[in-house]
Design a protein around this ligand. Sequence first.
Ligand code: ADP
Length: 258
Amino acid sequence: MYTLGIDIGSTTSKCVILRDGIEIIAKSLQIGGLGSEGPEEALNALWSSSGLKRQQMAATIVTGYGRTNYRDANGQASELTCHALGAGFVCPGVRTVIDIGGQDVKVIAINEQGQMTGFVMNDKCAAGTGRFMDVMAQILRLSVEELGVNAELSRNPAAISSTCTVFAESEVISQLAAGVPKQDVAAGICESVASRVSALARRGGVTEPVCISGGVAQNSAVCRDLERSLGVRLICDPLAQYFGAIGAAIRAYKQMGE
Ligand code: ADP
């Protein structure tokens, strides 16, 4: 039996097909979330890579910021539930999930039975999110992928003291104008995100094992700085950006058994 999970985020759309609730057999990701062609493009990519058709899906669950606008599913599930389920699937026994997405940051507590027991979320501010990284990467004329790679080369990270994206933007511009090397500015940006996220995580409480989810998990400098700041080992799985979609596909599978 195949089930489909769709995660329509603020920035990207992700889809996953699960077989019998235990095996990921296809996945796709497209830039463009809520209000864009992203979800349709991600689904089209999924059908062509898997050779499967929509009619073969026993159930579909949609999650993410854009879930309420999506009509073509059997149901919706919250991002928190899906991230907790997806993280538990990929990292069995995980107790804390730190999700850094395009628009928000969530720290989710999970008990020994794999159930979500609480969460904390950032306020309505881009600092510490993927959006902050996207804006800063643009100023440095780097892609978000290159931002982390550049940061890893730095031996002397610049101090980015502003937590506000708009102020941090002018701070970064002045540092570049003053001749601070790009890699040191990139490292400062990653440190600033990590320090913002670790403050939130400490507020929510951190129990090991801890895993990171969302697109920013691919930035190894942020992951390293977060590990240092929290004093824990972080599980950074290559599937981190798909946890929401995996959780939605698991939810769809569970729904079939109910
Ligand atoms: P959402 O679910 O809110 O759409 P995602 O979890 O997909 O967000 O994360 C999107 C963010 O991830 C982007 O804003 C970007 O900053 C970051 N990101 C995406 N790909 C990479 C990458 N390869 N390296 C570093 N950061 C990345």
